[in-house]
Write a new protein. Structure first.
Length: 176
């Protein structure tokens, strides 16, 4: 792969990778750092990668591995000496939908915020598959390859996450 192909890959998949990084870290600064590290690693691996298959999911898996390694390193360091938290500020997601009246705009944004907060409150093993499935539109098979899990495990985690989200958001949707 040459540099122009890499630039084309960044243009095609960069936004999805950045969005994934934001959801993963929930901190804009950490997300930007993870995004840069992901593409630096992609440049490093560009000779070994098969860009014809699915470079988007490959880049997501690189980002996930880098994030897990950083998280593991942070946990180890915090056991030795306390440090500041990785999650200092929440990154607000993109606006959901817009209606004509200001009230509807407010309620839509509030609903989006509540759903995002509910998803962010899930355990990591449920949050990552939910985000990959619904935001990145990856299939359960692709998610399994990214997370190195069997497809059935991915399906069961999505099912469990839906149940947890339904239980938490039941009150919100009953009010509307």
């Amino acid at each position: 792969m040459n540099d122009t192909q890499l630039l084309q890959c960044i243009e095609e998949h960069g936004k999805n990778v950045y969005t994934f990084c934001c959801q993963l870290t929930r901190n804009r600064q950490e997300a930007e750092e993870l995004y840069q590290d992901t593409f630096l690693k992609a440049v490093e691996l560009k000779g070994r990668m098969d860009w014809e298959k699915n470079p988007g999911s490959y880049l997501i898996s690189i980002a996930l591995r880098i994030w897990k390694n950083k998280k593991r390193k942070y946990a180890w360091r915090s056991r030795i000496a306390g440090m500041e938290g990785l999650e200092e500020g929440m990154v607000s997601g993109e606006s959901c939908g817009k209606e004509s009246s200001p009230e509807e705009i407010f309620f839509q944004k509030e609903l989006c915020r509540q759903v995002q907060d509910a998803v962010a409150g899930l355990e990591e093993k449920y949050r990552i598959p939910v985000f990959l499935y619904y935001s990145q539109q990856f299939s359960t098979e692709q998610i399994g390859k990214i997370l190195k899990l069997p497809q059935g495990t991915v399906k069961s985690r999505l099912y469990k996450a839906r149940k947890l989200l339904k239980k938490e958001l039941e009150v919100v949707f009953n009010e509307r």
